[in-house]
Design a protein around this ligand. Structure first.
Ligand code: ADP
Ligand code: ADP
Length: 232
């Protein structure tokens, strides 16, 4: 069964054709890379699947159902959550508030529920080995690797069926890369399908089962990562 199928997607920004008939097929439970150089159409694909923009033509199926992702809520309702490269956390809210959005309760009546929410976030962070990050810290006070990890943790907090990781290593190095690898493995064990957007074959090799290569808005190849030679 396919978690995601994009068929002959066209997306133009004025005269610029960002996606030129690209088709992408992602199997349920796999970690699937979208690999391509700058301008290949990766960000456009992320925005389409996150409900931020709409295609000019082509179809998107999620677990077999044709979907129309007109806004982020539509993507969420189909189980698609995105960790964006341009981190989309609200800087002057706390980590907990960001994870609990849009349902962060306010006012005195919300105090108890807020405490409860904060405890849920704390447990979630501990489960993800991010217990060192204070849920009460304002996002603006975190360093960039912490922010990128919280961006990813937020998407996971919402129980995705399909998790989109948009260049998730851009602010990470060393042990944080190992952390990401461990997280992807655990999500896979839970049956989550992960789509890993990248411009680096080396990390695709490290993290992914299969890949689709995008070039100039077209899918120019797809298959098992293990079957790709080093010089390709
Ligand atoms: P990638 O993420 O692989 O670098 P993009 O999807 O960002 O690729 O871009 C694909 C093409 O679409 C590029 O030629 C880019 O310049 C163009 N493009 C992307 N976003 C816009 C936009 N908002 N307006 C005009 N052109 C855009
Ligand atoms: P729900 O699906 O629970 O109704 P919404 O679609 O109303 O949630 O989302 C509320 C806001 O939170 C939106 O602005 C949405 O873009 C943002 N949001 C939710 N999840 C994420 C995420 N994983 N990455 C980026 N923004 C998100």
């Amino acid at each position: 069964i396919e978690a995601l199928r994009m068929d002959r997607i066209v997306k133009a920004y004025g005269p610029t054709v960002a996606l030129d008939g690209a088709s992408i097929s992602v199997r349920s439970g796999e970690t699937h890379a979208l690999l391509g150089e700058n301008g290949a159409g990766k960000s456009t694909t992320v925005k389409l699947l996150s409900g931020l923009i709409r295609p000019n033509s082509g179809s998107i199926r999620i677990f077999g159902d044709e979907v129309h992702l007109n806004r982020p809520t539509d993507a969420h309702h189909h189980g698609v959550q995105t960790a964006f490269q341009e981190i989309s956390l609200v800087r002057d809210l706390t980590v907990a508030e960001n994870l609990l959005l849009p349902n962060a309760p306010t006012g005195i009546a919300g105090l108890l529920r807020r405490r409860h929410g904060e405890a849920l976030v704390r447990e979630h962070l501990e489960r993800l080995d991010l217990g060192g990050i204070n849920p009460r810290a304002e996002v603006g006070t975190l360093d960039l690797p912490q922010r990128q990890k919280i961006e990813i943790a937020r998407a996971v907090f919402r129980h995705p069926r399909v998790l989109l990781l948009d260049e998730p290593t851009s602010a990470l190095s060393g042990r944080d890369i190992d952390w990401l690898g461990g997280l992807i493995e655990r999500l896979k064990a839970d049956g989550v399908t992960t789509i890993f957007i990248s411009h680096r074959m080396a990390e695709v090799r490290l993290f992914c089962d299969r890949l689709t290569v995008l070039r100039n808005g077209k899918d120019v190849g797809s298959g098992e990562v293990s079957e790709i030679n080093d010089d390709e």
